[in-house]
Each structure stands twice: as structure tokens, then as C-alpha cells.
Design a protein around this ligand. Structure first.
Ligand code: GUN
Ligand code: ZN
Length: 429
């Protein structure tokens, strides 16, 4: 048995702060987290836990803030190197930057190198779980899962499937190979340690009906897996999807018809949904993923946070369409996008989006996203005065939310002083 006490200010939410009272907010100015064998065993005031466990090794983070490790609910790790590529909207961006880079993942050594680099970038940014697309190459899936396993991280990922002539010939599989390769990867990785396989049709414009149908069958045979895809990100893309599926009632129908709509479905972007689509997504209890830095960077639009009244909504970077690996930057963008739609998201809502809400979108509530007994010990430690600009703004804070908000709006990897994965500190001095 390995045990350790982590000391600092602790802050965690039990549930969506819009729906719960102050009793769901747990803030200790002098708090402690007892970690036992990679899980959180106890949480409470530091003097009490120290008195109960006087002999344990201690990591003392002083006034720094310990929050649940950030959960990035939608990303493309193979796009790590093309982040911040200039001047294109979605379809041109895919053709100009994304597809040529994803082609490089036919080389397993390159895939391994980027997968390791990517997960290390996440850890320095305080992100402990990601749900990532890979490329069409099965070795790209092996690469991210091997890198996650080596670091002990909870990671979800899947082989991106594309078999239509709209995708370049060097990045196409077939309906049958997509089914076979996805099944083999699912059998190899799903449920192994902290890893989960995600069935991953990229989006309906790059799949044939036969491929969507094959992946719908695979999902029906493995309903405990998540299925991730994109929907209604840009108006040009929606028109394109409708032209390729003229018989479909709307974009969502291109998934629904082939068995790709369900509670374990994760639909990225979802900016320009029609009323019928929202009703159907809500009826089945699907989850949406808000990718605010991507939606502004690629020029897609402003996600409607009001959808949280009816659907689970997670938060994500969508790198490399998103312009940052940091969930702090992503929370800031979510705040700004909501402001443009007339709503000010409270810092507690922003923190919840990046932790518990994303965990719930991934069906991982009870495992990650909270600092609570029984949860896995994925923790992020934030210096709330990491730059002079943040320090001077935080100085006059009257409560923990005012103290955290400048770091949400202006913070980056410099604010993350430590990241624990299953209780193990991942940053060495
Ligand atoms: N739609 C289909 N593929 C992608 C992708 O790689 N990134 C984004 N942002 N949208 C997509
Ligand atoms: Zn995406």
C-alpha cells in the first residue's frame, strides 16, 4: 500500500453549480487529500488529516490551489504539430494542414513520438484525461494508448474512420477494414487499465453509407463503448453533409439512420443544430462537446450554453483546430463566447465544465473529475499568482472564485505547478 498526503487549498464541485447549492462546493483554505494506491481515500482540513496520519509522507503546496485534473473531452492528438496554422476555414483547413499531417502517421515511429510529446504537453497544462481522435492508421491508436499506459493516464481514443472519396486517397480505409481494425483495437485496448476505446467515424462527409452502417453495427455489438464524431460545426460543412446525404432530414439524421445516435454518443461542436436535432439528442441523452478556442480560431460560430438545460455538455480544446492545449485557455474562451451570447459563466461553472462536466460527458463520473473519496487521484495544482498581471489582480479577491478567475482568464502552463496522475506527481523540478 502506498499513501501520501497532499496539502494546499482544495477546491472541488460535486455537481453542476447551476443546479446545486453551496453544499456541493468543497473549498478548504488549508486542505488535505489523502491518496492511497492511486485513489483519493480522504479529503478534509489539513490539521485533521495530519493528526490522523502523522507518519505519512507529505507534499505541501502551501497556498496553491488543488483542483481535479482537467478533462479534455475532444482532441486530435495527431494534429499536435499543426496547431496554430494560419488562415483557413474548416474544409480548407482539413485539406491544407490536417490531412497531410495525419498521413505522416502511417509511420508508427512518428506516431509514437507525437503521442508522447502530446501527453507531456497535456500534463504540463494540468490535463490528466483526454478523449482523442487518432488517424486511420491502427498504429496511431496503439501509440497513444501505449504512451498513456506508460504515464498511468486515463485516456480514451479511437481510430478515425474515413472511406469516402471526399477524403484523400492516402487517408482512406474501407467499410470492412474500418470495422475490422476498430474491432481489433477495441479488443486490444478497451478496459485495459485506465484505457477506453472510442468508435470514431470522423464525420459523415468523409464516410460512405456502408462505413457508417458498419460502425453503427460495431457500436450495437459494443454499446458500452463511446462513439465520437463531429456535427454542425460550420454552415458550409452542414450544406456539404446534406448534399452528400440528400435523403437525410438533417445532419444528425446521417448518423441516426445508421445506428450512430445514442446515449454513449459524443458529438463535437454542435453549433448550428436544428430544433429536431436538439430534441433527438436530448431524447437519447447524448452528450455534446463545446470546443470554444477551435470554434473561434476556425471561425465556426458561438456554441449555445443554454443547451446544458437539456443535454450533458463537456469542454474541449479540439487541438489542433483549437489554438491551445490548455484547459485554462479553453475555459477563458468558453467565458468569452458565452459573453458574446449574453451570458456570464461563473468561475464555478467554468471549473465544473473542465472537470466534472467533461467527466460526465465521457461517462466517467465517479472515476474522475472530482476530489472525493473513491475517485482516482488525478489532481492539478494551480499557482493563483503565476504572473505579475495575475498576481496583482488576485490580490484584491474577496473569495476563492474571485481568486481563481484571473488564472482562468489569463493563466497558462505557468500556473500549473504540479499534476498528479493516479496519485503520482508527473512534474519533476
Ligand atoms: N471535422 C472533421 N474533422 C475535423 C477535425 O479534425 N477538426 C475539426 N475541428 N473539425 C473536424
Ligand atoms: Zn474535432
Amino acid at each position: 500500500m502506498t499513501e501520501r498526503l497532499i496539502l494546499g487549498q482544495t477546491l472541488s464541485l460535486d455537481a453542476d453549480p447551476r443546479l446545486t447549492g453551496p453544499e456541493a462546493v468543497h473549498h478548504e483554505r488549508h486542505g488535505a487529500v489523502l491518496i492511497r494506491d492511486g485513489r483519493i481515500a480522504e479529503v478534509g482540513p489539513a490539521p485533521e488529516l495530519r493528526a490522523r496520519h502523522p507518519a505519512l509522507p507529505v507534499d505541501d503546496h502551501g497556498a496553491a490551489l488543488i483542483v481535479p485534473g482537467f478533462v479534455d473531452a475532444h482532441a486530435h492528438y495527431p494534429q499536435t504539430a499543426i496547431i496554430a496554422s494560419w488562415g483557413k476555414r474548416l474544409i480548407d483547413w482539413l485539406n491544407t494542414y490536417t490531412f497531410p499531417e495525419e498521413a505522416r502517421f502511417s509511420d508508427p515511429a512518428y506516431a509514437r513520438e507525437v503521442a508522447g510529446r502530446y501527453l507531456d504537453l497535456l500534463l504540463v497544462n494540468g490535463t490528466t484525461t483526454v478523449c482523442s481522435y487518432c488517424t486511420i492508421h491502427p498504429a496511431s491508436v496503439d501509440a497513444i494508448f501505449e504512451a498513456a499506459e506508460a504515464r498511468g493516464m486515463r485516456v480514451l481514443a479511437g481510430k478515425t474512420c474515413m472511406d469516402r472519396e471526399t477524403a484523400p486517397p492516402f487517408l482512406r480505409d474501407t467499410a470492412q477494414s474500418a470495422y475490422d481494425d476498430s474491432l481489433a483495437l477495441l479488443r486490444r485496448w478497451h478496459g485495459r487499465g485506465r484505457l477506453s476505446y472510442v468508435i470514431t467515424p470522423r464525420f459523415s462527409p468523409t464516410s460512405t453509407v456502408a462505413q457508417l452502417d458498419a460502425l453503427g453495427s460495431l457500436w450495437a455489438e459494443h454499446p458500452d463503448c463511446l462513439m465520437q464524431t463531429h456535427i454542425s460545426e460550420q454552415t458550409d460543412e452542414i450544406a456539404w453533409a446534406k448534399s452528400l446525404y440528400p435523403e437525410a432530414r438533417d445532419y444528425l439524421d446521417t448518423y441516426e439512420t445508421y445506428g450512430l445516435l445514442g446515449r454513449n454518443g459524443l458529438y463535437g461542436h454542435a453549433i448550428h443544430l436544428e430544433p429536431r436535432e436538439i430534441d433527438r439528442l436530448a431524447e437519447v441523452g447524448a452528450a455534446l462537446v463545446h470546443c470554444p478556442t477551435s470554434n473561434t480560431f476556425i471561425g465556426s460560430g458561438l456554441f449555445d450554453m443554454g443547451l446544458r438545460a437539456r443535454l450533458r455538455v463537456g469542454l474541449a480544446t479540439d487541438t489542433g483546430g483549437g489554438s491551445s492545449f490548455s484547459m485554462l485557455r479553453t475555459m477563458a474562451a468558453a467565458y468569452e463566447v458565452a459573453q458574446l451570447r449574453g451570458t456570464a459563466l461563473h468561475p464555478s461553472e467554468l471549473l465544473w465544465l473542465a472537470t466534472g462536466a467533461s467527466a460526465e460527458a465521457l461517462g466517467l463520473q465517479g472515476h474522475i473529475g472530482r476530489i472525493a473519496p473513491g475517485c482516482e487521484a488525478d489532481l492539478t495544482v494551480l499557482d493563483l499568482a503565476s504572473t505579475p498581471a495575475i498576481a496583482q489582480a488576485t490580490e484584491r479577491a474577496g473569495d476563492i472564485w474571485e481568486a481563481l478567475f484571473p488564472t482562468i482568464m489569463m493563466g497558462d502552463d505557468r500556473a500549473v505547478t504540479q499534476t498528479y496522475v493516479a496519485g503520482k506527481p508527473m512534474k519533476t523540478a
